[in-house]
Design a protein around this ligand. Structure first.
Ligand code: PXP
Length: 246
């Protein structure tokens, strides 16, 4: 069964737009995570960025305490964040690029160019009982490097596939790259996740990629929640206004 990890970063983005620096505010990404779990999500994904632009430190600790599924902690391979991950003990970390030099041309982590540093972090995480995934482009050299450095998972970057979804030829090319990378990774003993830009239109086509274990999806789910939830939100506000007497 294909599993769903819901990325709740975008919930925090909305909160930070109003409450940045205040240590409080709505919407609460942890409350959102609990709703996702209750709806059947298999895991929660959150990215504590070095610049803290959306998820804050307090969010990840509260997530760790309250979620009942699995915490997938997205992180840059930066000393400060590595130290937090080792204390936080998520079930899995997904190493992602945050700086330009860590990024391959397709936008994934440059596992080939950062082999030593990534291997060291992979070992430290595994020694602490945390599995490691690498967010990489569907590029054979990157898949090879992920296997060489001993990662348990790769997360295939589906951004290019999503971006080219409306152009049939380019979409099919991206799909073929994902299929080839998934097969290669599986053959090398890696487990395969995928994510970025997946939505309600492109997901059925992604079913053509073999060996997928889990998809990490954020923006499209949070976007849909806004439109599907607006009706109730407006009705609740109108109900509060109804008792006004001038
Ligand atoms: N996977 C990784 C590694 C990510 O960094 C993100 C967020 O950019 C996602 C999945 C989810 O992407 P989206 O919000 O486009 O669904």
């Amino acid at each position: 069964m294909l599993k769903l990890g819901v990325n709740i970063d975008h919930v925090a983005t909305v909160r930070e737009a109003r409450y940045r620096g205040q240590g409080r505010g709505e919407p609460d990404p942890v409350a959102a995570a609990l709703v996702c779990e209750a709806a059947g999500a298999h895991g929660i994904t959150a990215h504590l960025r070095e610049d803290r632009r959306h998820i804050q430190d307090r969010d990840v600790w509260r997530l760790r305490e309250s979620i009942k599924t699995r915490l997938n902690f997205e992180m840059a391979n930066a000393p400060e964040i590595v130290a937090i991950a080792l204390k936080l003990k998520p079930e899995i970390v997904c190493l992602v690029p945050e700086r330009r030099q860590e990024v391959t041309t397709e936008g994934g982590l440059d596992a080939v160019g950062n082999l030593e540093a990534l291997t060291e972090t992979r070992k430290r995480m595994n020694d602490a009982g945390i599995e490691v995934s690498l967010f990489i482009a569907p590029d054979p050299t990157q898949v090879e490097a992920a296997a060489r450095l001993g990662a348990q998972f790769i997360e295939l970057h589906t951004g290019a596939f999503a971006e080219h979804f409306d152009q049939k030829q380019a979409r099919n090319q991206e799909l073929e790259r994902l299929v080839a990378a998934a097969k290669q990774a599986h053959g090398l003993g890696l487990k395969v996740n995928a994510g970025h830009g997946l939505n309600y239109q492109n997901l059925p086509v992604l079913h053509l990629v073999p060996h997928l274990v889990e998809l990490n999806i954020g923006h499209s789910i949070v976007s849909r929640a806004i439109t599907t939830g607006l009706s109730v939100a407006v009705k609740d506000m109108l109900a509060l206004m109804e008792t006004y007497r001038n």
